[in-house]
Design a protein around this ligand. Structure first.
Ligand SMILES: NC(=O)c1ccc[n+]([C@@H]2O[C@H](COP(=O)([O-])OP(=O)(O)OC[C@H]3O[C@@H](n4cnc5c(N)ncnc54)[C@H](O)[C@@H]3O)[C@@H](O)[C@H]2O)c1
Length: 261
């Protein structure tokens, strides 16, 4: 008899979600809680993480800056101490300011990579260490972007480079952790209706930049709309679940068909 709860459920499992305070991360926290997980909601926005944890049974908030080595190390260790185990990490936290490439400063370049690239390295490093120590295997899902595979919109080169790094870190470490039963995959959203996306678009307009590029062209979003955050969360749940037990190192587009258009 096939047991769907075993394939897709997370009963008695602990899942750490970075960037869980709003947007896609909040939807991930909601879906994993519905699937039975005890969720550690981490975010640099302590109030946001606290509000999400407060509405989810069993969830606990952890203020954490993924760009800060001490913060990531301490948070991961605290989650393991509090819950006794770490079964999955969904790494969602990132920033995506739109910048004109030619006027972008080195400090602006570095600030984005501190969060998106170094943050992914730190979150993965600490998660893998904790999972190896637990000796139960585990799953890591990195939320990257179609921008990491293909130029999608203009004024976004720095971000695209960081998400290409996330995709490559996913592949590199998938082969190095498979022997420990740790699977590492990435989800590549296209456009998603979130607070962060709205704020980035408004800031871009305030900076006098316009949104152009392939994703804005006619027919380039075959499903005809941007995603709801829960549609990204559903892919994260699948890749972290036992249903995906033979999947590692993949980058799954959840993009309404953009990459094949
Ligand atoms: N929204 C989209 O259209 C879209 C498209 C492709 C990929 N993505 C990716 O999806 C993920 C989530 O995007 P979103 O739209 O939900 O963004 P969002 O801005 O709405 O939420 C991001 C969360 O990450 C947190 N965060 C930011 N910097 C952090 C740090 N240094 N440490 C810890 N937490 C930090 C924020 O406080 C926020 O709660 C990101 O990785 C983003 O790159 C989003």
């Amino acid at each position: 008899m096939i047991d769907l709860a075993q394939l897709y459920g997370f009963h008695d499992r602990t899942v750490l979600v970075t960037g869980g305070g709003r947007g896609i991360g909040r939807a991930v926290c909601e879906l994993f809680t519905a699937a039975g997980a005890r969720v550690a909601v981490s975010d640099i926005d302590a109030a946001g993480a606290g509000a999400v944890a407060a509405m989810l049974p069993g969830a606990v908030a952890y203020p954490c800056d993924v760009s800060d080595e001490g913060s990531v190390t301490a948070t991961t260790a605290q989650v393991v101490r509090d819950f006794g185990r770490l079964d999955a990490v969904v790494h969602v936290a990132a920033i995506f300011p739109k910048r004109d490439f030619l006027s972008m400063t080195a400090a602006q370049w570095d600030a984005l990579h501190a969060v998106n690239t170094r943050g992914t390295f730190l979150v993965m490093r600490e998660a893998i260490k904790a999972m190896k120590a637990g000796a139960r295997g585990g799953a890591i899902v990195n939320v990257a972007s179609t921008s990491g595979e293909r130029a999608s919109v203009t004024n976004n080169a720095n971000y695209g480079a960081s998400k290409a790094a996330v995709i490559n870190l996913t592949r590199s470490m998938a082969i190095e952790t498979a022997g420990d039963g740790i699977r590492i995959n990435a989800v590549l959203p296209g456009g998603v209706a979130t607070e962060g996306a709205k704020a980035a678009t408004e800031q871009m307009k305030a900076d006098g930049l316009s949104l152009g590029g392939p994703m804005t062209g006619p027919g380039r979003m075959p499903l005809g709309r941007v995603a709801d955050p829960h549609e990204i969360a559903a892919a994260c749940l699948f890749l972290a679940a036992d249903a995906a037990s033979y999947i590692t190192g993949v980058s799954l587009p959840v993009d309404g068909g953009f990459l094949v258009s």
